[in-house]
Design a protein around this ligand. Structure first.
Ligand SMILES: Cc1ncc(COP(=O)(O)O)c(C=O)c1O
Length: 360
């Protein structure tokens, strides 16, 4: 009898959580509304409140599902693509994966150009999702053979095709003004001291910053920048410098140029934080060990930034960041001893966490 009662109570607790939301409409309806996770160990250790938006829980596995949906919707609304048409994009990976899913769900062909430096897992996944993939030599943006320009030319050669141009498409940032920002604001009960994240196109940072600042001017925005990106020097020098130091090995982030999104929004960003790759890799393994969270390097970098930001803002401060995607897409690198040693990163992983390096 008592056992039955306990079982019933447990079941009702689970049901209340699992069935709190209504069924959603297809893959598209499942994008967004991701959980906001309090990082317990890091919060406790720093005497602050550190929260991370679990964007790896989007149905295509990354924060870029939101941008993918918005750029396709925008192309439809503007009549740039008709049913059965083709969506072409130049992308280092996650936007392409989001687009490939959205295109299947909506019945479009998907064509992706990407630098051939990206992980094989991402290329394979795109092909499994039905996209046509062109890995092309990684050359600078001002070279006509850059993957973005090749994508544009491909769309121009076809009829009923659109180049979604994530780097220069307002719909990318709008996804975060209309969805991610409001979700964070609501999940935090309107009490946020700071937000920080790294940038690829800058859509996530700019969109969330814009929304949060409109709710509360006192929310502070810090940019998290990996080695190899020019943005740290750009923010620190108030737009006078754009200097590059080192190369980026953090897939999806780290820019050689100040993107379209960030230029008008740099006034929202009050500071930039810069970290060594070693710190990011140590955090990647700590998140796994201490919080049970399995994420890629850009997410780990974001968490390093959130911890530093919270410490700067002081005891009790409430800081939010983004967990962009899971580690599944990069595991052959991130958990390979050979790869880590080649990049001189094996030593950066604390000795007690090296047990997670299970691949040769
Ligand atoms: C893994 C990862 N993290 C972060 C980002 C950055 O997102 P955004 O383009 O909105 O700046 C990307 C972008 O593709 C990404 O793939």
């Amino acid at each position: 009898m008592l056992r039955n009662l306990i079982a019933k109570r447990c079941l009702s607790a689970v049901s209340a959580r699992a069935y709190a939301t209504k069924p959603v409409d297809g893959f598209i309806g499942a994008i967004g509304n991701t959980p906001l996770i309090r990082l317990n160990r890091l919060s406790q250790e720093t005497g602050t409140e550190i929260y991370a938006k679990a964007e790896f829980m989007n149905p295509g596995g990354s924060v870029k599902d939101r941008a993918a949906l918005y750029v396709v919707k925008d192309a439809e609304e503007r009549g740039l693509v008709q049913p059965g048409g083709t969506v072409v994009e130049g992308t280092a990976g996650n936007t392409g994966i989001g687009l490939a899913h959205v295109c299947r769900a909506k019945g479009y062909q998907c064509v992706i150009y990407m630098p051939n430096t990206q992980s094989q897992e991402k290329i394979d996944l795109l092909r499994m999702l039905g996209a046509t993939v062109y890995p092309v030599p990684a050359v600078a943006f001002d070279n006509p053979e850059n993957y973005n320009h090749q994508a544009r030319r491909h769309a121009e050669r076809l009829s009923n095709a659109v180049w979604t141009d994530q780097f220069d498409n307002r719909a990318n940032r709008r996804a975060h003004i209309e969805t991610t920002g409001p979700e964070i604001w609501q999940q935090m009960g309107g009490r946020i001291d700071g937000f920080t994240c790294s940038t690829g196109t800058g859509g996530t940072l700019a969109g969330i910053a814009r929304f949060l600042k409109e709710q509360d001017r006192n929310v502070r925005i810090f940019l998290a920048d990996p080695p190899g990106s020019v943005l740290y020097s750009y923010i620190q020098s108030h737009g006078k410098l754009a200097e590059r130091s080192g190369g980026s090995i953090t897939e999806g982030i780290g820019q050689g140029l100040v993107t379209y999104y960030l230029q008008p929004d740099t006034e929202l960003v009050v500071d930039a934080l810069h970290f060594s790759v070693e710190k990011t890799f140590a955090m990647l393994y700590r998140l796994l060990d201490e919080e049970g969270i399995y994420v890629g390097a850009s997410s780990a970098l974001n968490v390093v930034a959130a911890v530093e930001m919270a410490q700067k803002l002081g005891t009790g401060s409430r800081v939010v960041t983004i967990l962009c995607d899971g580690a599944y897409r990069y595991q052959s690198r991130l958990f390979s001893r050979k790869w880590l040693e080649e990049k001189s990163l094996y030593g950066a992983i604390p000795a007690h966490l090296q047990k997670y390096v299970v691949l040769p």
